[in-house]
Each structure stands twice: as structure tokens, then as C-alpha cells.
Write a protein that binds this ligand. Structure first.
Ligand code: GTQ
Ligand code: FE2
Length: 355
């Protein structure tokens, strides 16, 4: 509202509001309380080839060590004013580690996971438990867990990190502590957390429930088998899939059955070749990464071609439809548990235009 268009008394009132650190609702109602979400984040894609190439250049030029802590490069949503945020709540980054390199131990209240599209040789050491990182695996680092990474292989490795950094920043709840300079450089194929917790439907009887999963690694072998079985059972008329030709699993905390991390939902989806999903939308934002296969994501009005490793940011309430050219495996993470806990979760299937 332009002061010169106003009655002088009203203009004085607005000026006095401002000087008194006050603002009226009535001039900003639509911005403050829109009819439906108006995210600043935009639907956006990052190509794996480009990410890998830029990460490799960082690997040549930038050492990893104490202070900077990680050679991680964040996906910055073009709608978010240069902030290193994929969405208003989610951090998604490509992390690069070369042979022999070590990312030093630290801990923070931000929750984290790694998802691996390709490569091998890196172990993430979570609370002194070395966890091997292999393609298709999801590795967890819950809030305040100590963690460092070390590379025992012979070729550089690049992976996806997901964290709730922007959410924790908005909530002013970030704490951080440096750990020891050295990490355990051993290379077991199974972590202690898997030995204790990685048996389907079985939990140590003496264990208490924990709000984050005590299982640090969700292996591709299990995820793959669960998705295949779900597709086959659904096709045979036994149900269980999201929709025909579209299976999905959620990574769960085995003590509660809830999400593996408190603030982040993590899932893997598989669409059969030729499958076209319904168009869906939900409050809260998400990031998707192609694990294998090709297809198309239709986000809002945009059509984004998908190939292995490509990443897509999905803003709140933005419609998403997936089309699989080949069998299409997609990893996704979102802030859905936060919206559910706050009573703000809504979702719907968006009707076809013209129907
Ligand atoms: O690997 O510990 O992408 O602390 C951002 C912050 C990765 C990590 C990130 C982190 C890490
Ligand atoms: Fe970290």
C-alpha cells in the first residue's frame, strides 16, 4: 500500500505502526494466510552427470578436514534466494571422498542419511560402528549420533546426503560438536547395528523403543526384494502396492514402526516399465533421486526427463506424476513426519484436467 494514496491520518497510523514495530494483518492477509500453500521453492532438477563432474573438480581442489568437515555440495533451490536448501526444510548434497581420505568425526542435532547411487569403498562410522556404503543402501545418522567417514577403496566415491538442516535452522535448534580427529578405519561388511537389529520382525527383547531407528543400514538386497515381491503380489491380485505397477516401501524404525528418522521420511519406489502414476500432491516438500531406470517426472506444469542419479526438488502442494520408460527405481525423502506430528499433513490425488 502506498502511503501517498492514503488519508493523511491513516498514513500517519501506518507510519506509527512501523515505528512501533507493529504490522496490520489486513494489508497482508493473503500473504500471511493464503487459500492454499504458496511455496517459494520451485520444482527443479539437477543432473547426475553434472553433479558428479563438479564434485570431482571439488575433489581435486578442496581438501577435506577439520573445520569445513565435509566436501559436500548442496543443491540450492532457485526459488530460495541463494540459500543452500533444496526445499525450505531439506538439505540435499553431493558428498565426495577420495581414496584414503577421512571426513572427521562430529555430531549435530540435525538428522542425516546417505543414499548411494554408485561407487564403493567408503565406510560411515556411526557411534564407533563402521557401516559400509554400497549402491542402493540407505545409511542413517540420527540426531546427535557421532559420525565420520573413511575411504578404504581405490576410486573416488560420490553419494547423496539428506539432512534437516534448513528445518533445524528455522527452529533455532542446531547444536554441533567436534569429535576425535581419527575414525575407526576398519572395514566390516556388516555393522554391529545390523547384527543386532537387521533380522526381519525380530528385536532384541531387552531393547527399549527409540525415537530414531537403531538400525543404521537398510541394504539394497532387502529393499529390492521387498519391491519385487510387492509388485508381483499386487499383480496377482493380493494388493499391497500404491497403485497398479507402482510399489513403494518406507524405511522404518524397527522399535516403533514409524519413520526411521524423526524428522525425515525415506522411501523407495519402483514403477514397472510403462507405468504412469496418478498425479498426487501433499503438504511438505520432498526430494527424489533416480536410483535406476529412465522416465519422466511431471511437476506442476514441468516435464522433467529422468535418468539414474538425477535429483528433483518437489515443493509443498506441487502435483507430481511419474512415468516409467523402463522399470524405474526412485529414492525419495521428505519432511512428512514433521507435518504429521503438527497436524498439517494433507494429501490428495489431483483429478485429470477435464474430468
Ligand atoms: O556427512 O556429516 O552434506 O554434517 C552436511 C553436513 C554431510 C556429514 C552434509 C554434514 C554431513
Ligand atoms: Fe555430519
Amino acid at each position: 500500500m502506498i502511503a501517498t494514496d492514503l488519508d493523511p491520518a491513516l498514513a500517519r497510523l501506518y507510519a506509527d505502526f512501523e515505528a512501533a514495530d507493529l504490522r496490520p494483518l489486513w494489508t497482508q492477509r493473503e500473504d500471511l494466510m493464503p487459500l492454499s500453500p504458496r511455496p517459494r521453492a520451485r520444482p527443479h532438477a539437477w543432473r547426475w552427470d553434472r553433479l558428479r563432474e563438479l564434485a570431482a573438480r571439488a575433489g581435486e581442489l578442496v581438501p577435506v578436514g577439520r573445520g569445513g568437515e565435509r566436501r559436500a555440495i548442496a543443491l540450492a533451490n532457485p526459488g530460495l534466494a541463494g540459500e543452500p536448501h533444496a526445499t525450505p526444510t531439506l538439505w540435499a548434497a553431493i558428498q565426495y571422498l577420495g581414496p584414503g581420505e577421512v571426513a572427521p568425526a562430529h555430531r549435530h542435532t540435525q538428522a542425516a542419511f546417505r543414499f548411494i547411487v554408485e561407487g564403493e569403498g567408503v565406510w560411515t562410522v556411526v557411534n564407533d560402528d563402521p557401516v559400509e556404503m554400497r549402491p542402493g543402501d540407505l545409511l542413517l545418522t540420527a540426531s546427535w549420533d557421532w559420525h565420520g567417514h573413511h575411504h578404504a577403496g581405490d576410486r573416488p566415491m560420490v553419494w547423496l546426503d539428506g539432512l534437516d538442516i534448513p528445518l533445524v535452522g528455522q527452529l533455532d535448534a542446531g547444536f554441533f560438536e567436534f569429535g576425535p580427529e581419527t575414525v575407526d578405519r576398519s572395514t566390516p561388511h556388516r555393522s554391529r547395528s545390523e547384527e543386532l537389529w537387521g533380522h526381519p520382525g525380530l528385536r532384541p527383547a531387552a531393547a527399549l523403543d527409540t525415537p530414531s531407528s537403531p538400525l543404521m543400514a537398510y541394504r539394497w538386497e532387502h529393499t529390492d526384494r521387498a519391491l519385487s515381491a510387492q509388485l508381483e503380489l499386487d499383480a496377482a491380485g493380493h494388493g499391497g502396492a500404491v497403485e497398479p505397477g507402482h510399489a513403494a516401501i518406507r524405511f522404518a524404525n524397527p522399535t516403533t514402526g514409524r519413520d526411521a528418522l524423526i524428522t525425515l521420511r525415506t522411501e523407495m519406489h519402483r514403477l514397472r516399465a510403462g507405468c504412469v502414476s496418478a498425479t498426487r500432491r501433499a503438504t511438505g516438500s520432498a526430494v527424489w533421486q533416480v536410483f535406476a531406470g529412465t522416465g519422466v517426472a511431471e511437476l506442476g506444469g514441468e516435464r522433467i526427463e529422468l535418468a539414474a542419479g538425477d535429483l528433483v526438488a518437489l515443493p509443498s502442494w506441487c502435483p507430481l506424476r511419474l512415468r516409467a520408460h523402463t522399470q524405474l527405481d526412485l529414492f525419495t525423502f521428505s519432511d512428512a513426519p514433521v507435518y504429521e506430528a503438527l497436524g498439517l499433513h494433507r494429501s490428495e490425488i489431483v483429478p485429470e484436467a477435464g474430468s
